[in-house]
Design a protein around this ligand. Sequence first.
Ligand code: 5GP
Length: 116
Amino acid sequence: MSEDTIFGKIVRGEAPADIVFQDDRVTAFRDITPQAPTHILIVPNKAIATVNDVKPEDEETLGHMFVVAARLAEEEGIADDGYRLIVNCNRDGGQIVFHLHMHLLGGRPIGRMVAR
Ligand code: 5GP
C-alpha cells in the first residue's frame, strides 16, 4: 500500500482543500500555489504513489480522470482556448507529492512544453 500523503487526507476530508469535484473514484481540488488562473489537481481516491505504480486494474480510474478534466475545463470556461494536463513522475519529472495527480492548467497561454 502507498504511503499516506496530504492528498490522501484531502480525499478523505481530513485536510482542507477547495474541492471542485468528487465522486467514488476521483477528487479534484484547486492547487494551493496556482501557476495559472485555473490550476486544479485531479487525483485518484486510491493512493497510487506514481505512474510507475499504476496497475491494469487502475485503467478505468485513470481514464475517468480525463473525463473529469474535460468536464472541469468546460466549467472553468477554458475548454475552447485550451489548457495543459501534466502528470509528473519522480525526481526528474518534478513530482513533489507522491499520490498520483493530474494538473489542469489554463486561463492563459501556458508557454513552453518543457524547460530546456
Ligand atoms: P507535483 O510537483 O508533485 O506534480 O505537484 C504537487 C502540487 O501540489 C504542487 O503544484 C503544489 O502546489 C500542490 N500542493 C502541495 N501541497 C498541497 C496542499 O496541501 N493543498 C493543495 N491544494 N495543493 C498542494
